[in-house]
Design a protein around this ligand. Sequence first.
Ligand code: FES
Length: 165
Amino acid sequence: MDMQALNTLVEKCGEDHTATIALLQEIQAAEGYLPRKTLQRLSQRLKLPLSRVYGLATFYRSFSMTPTGRHRVCVCLGTACHVRGAPSVLGEVERQLGVGPGETTKDMQFTLESVNCVGACAMGPIVIVDGKYHGQMSPGKVKKCLKGQEKTQKGPKDEKAQVGR
Ligand code: FES
């Protein structure tokens, strides 16, 4: 993200240090991750030590320091989902995508993550694809759950970019 685009975000979110997390969320939404160069620019723009910016960027799991796929697939491995078969659901997602949690497919279409409870235990096992909850998942439902995303040309990154136009 160049300085001009960053300045626009700062004007929107505010220059106050308390706006840093909101700014990181905006950058993540626009870029799909938090590029080092953009964090350096943000540090300069807010007159905030780079170590502080990095501290916030690495503290929250929702931020990524590496490029992520167009689609984010999140499998809940919390206790309620675990006892209902989440490990086998995760295993099938791994098999379908060919990557493990924390990894992104080579074509940059999918990033797989695992979490511990998303607050929808009664619906477990849960798989979240681009923010959409898929409950009562089983290994047999994984392919269908992912299939709708395969041919999608637009991911969250594109949608966010359009909002800014
Ligand atoms: S354990 Fe999966 S939603 Fe709570």
